[in-house]
Ligand binder design. Structure first.
Ligand code: SF4
Length: 379
């Protein structure tokens, strides 16, 4: 099987060729209706191109109904809840869209193992058993050894631990998997190489090819949950959706034991970051993207964070979402209130986990605090 960088390049999904743009913008109403008459849940690039087209934006109600039915069939009436735990806002990269970038002039914070455990204790008391460890690229402090030690303690309380940190080599992931971490989330940010180079002005993250192969290394090391995503606002969303879907299809085929999930982070206001991005994504466009991906990937996880407004999250609950964050603090030490450290971005839904569980219940669904897949999977 070809590697993902080659697949993207051969399919003209990592640059500005315009090939897919032409296909997407020539889709007709008849093409959309033909796709909506097919059984939902199977991917082909041609099918996705139709479903994300401007022509398909007139069919969102039908797409929403199909996505709802398919999600209910595959995942039941459940939504998993998780909480992020920010460990460090130090970072060596200069990502132009992020408040933590290395040029940021603010007091940086790192949590000791004890401080991280004290935040984790509050998260556990709120009911969560699935925790996501988040950090800037701070390899000297948030090292493999630090994470392994922390995971060893967290395992006593949490049934599932994931990381959203810098990309590692396979040995690093193996050490973390052995310590009890079983999932990674890592966004390519944008699959377009030109935009990628522009937005990643300095630091190891400039290496597109190392980043694009991260999930391969993690899955090879045993990680069972592989989260991918693009930062919506950096590049044309349709172009990035096509590339991300091809990435997902590749991972699902090659690492069929792992579950792949999509995230939909939209650019948010952040400390010291200009807000003049030319590809910002509207609510309607984001909904179309989410529905189209569900109708192509029946078994993919679909994750929505507190970056989004409460009313918007509530409307999306029943359509395709399988996992939600709740009560999130996006600054190190934020849960214990001991820190006034800078947050990575502003959240837009500040309801408590308990309130969020109530909203889920009122929508006729059940909030699941534990990742049952992880709990039952044999090591
Ligand atoms: S996006 Fe991540 S890698 Fe880039 S500056 Fe922010 S914390 Fe660092």
């Amino acid at each position: 099987m070809l590697d993902i960088a080659t697949i993207l390049s051969e399919n003209q999904l990592d640059g500005d060729s315009g090939r897919w743009d032409d296909i997407i913008h020539s889709v007709s109403a008849t093409d959309v209706e033909r796709q909506l008459d097919c059984a939902p849940g199977k991917y082909s690039a041609q099918r996705l191109a139709v479903l994300i087209s401007p022509a398909a934006s007139n069919y969102l109600e039908i797409m929403a109904q199909q996505a709802h039915d398919l999600t209910k069939q595959r995942f039941g009436r459940t939504i998993q809840l998780y909480a992020p735990l920010y460990l460090s806002n130090h970072c060596v990269n200069r990502c132009l869209y992020c408040g933590y970038n290395t040029d940021g002039d603010f007091e940086r914070t790192r949590l000791s193992i004890e401080e991280a455990l004290s935040d984790a204790q509050i998260i556990a008391e709120e009911g969560f058993r699935h925790i996501l460890l988040v950090s800037g690229e701070d390899t000297k402090y948030v090292s493999v050894e630090y994470l392994a030690e922390l995971a060893g303690e967290l395992r006593k309380t949490f049934s599932s631990i994931s990381i959203e940190i810098y990309p590692m080599d396979t040995d690093g992931y193996k050490a973390l998997f052995d310590a009890g971490i079983d999932g990674i989330t890592l966004y390519q940010e944008t699959y377009n190489r030109r935009h990628y180079e522009h937005y990643h002005a300095a630091g190891p993250k400039r290496d597109y090819d190392f980043r694009i192969r991260t999930h391969d290394r993690a899955a090879t090391a045993g990680m069972r949950r592989l989260g991918i995503g693009t930062l919506l606002g950096l590049c044309d969303w349709r172009q990035d959706t096509m590339a991300m879907a091809e990435h997902a299809a590749y991972l699902m085929k090659k690492y069929w034991r792992s579950q792949v999930s999509f995230s939909f982070p939209r650019l948010r206001p952040a400390l010291n970051v200009a807000d003049n991005f030319e590809h910002l994504v509207s609510d309607t466009e984001m909904v179309q993207m989410m529905l189209a991906l569900r109708l192509c990937f029946a078994d993919a996880g679909i994750v929505l964070s507190t970056r989004e407004r409460a009313d918007f999250r509530d409307n999306l609950l029943k359509l395709a979402v399988t996992r939600l964050s709740a009560g999130s603090k996006t600054n190190p030490g934020g849960y214990s209130g001991k820190s006034d450290s800078a947050e990575q971005f502003q959240i837009d839904d500040d309801r408590t986990p308990e309130q969020m569980a109530g909203v889920i219940k009122n929508a006729g669904m059940e909030a699941v605090w534990k990742d049952w897949d992880a709990s039952f999977a044999a090591k």
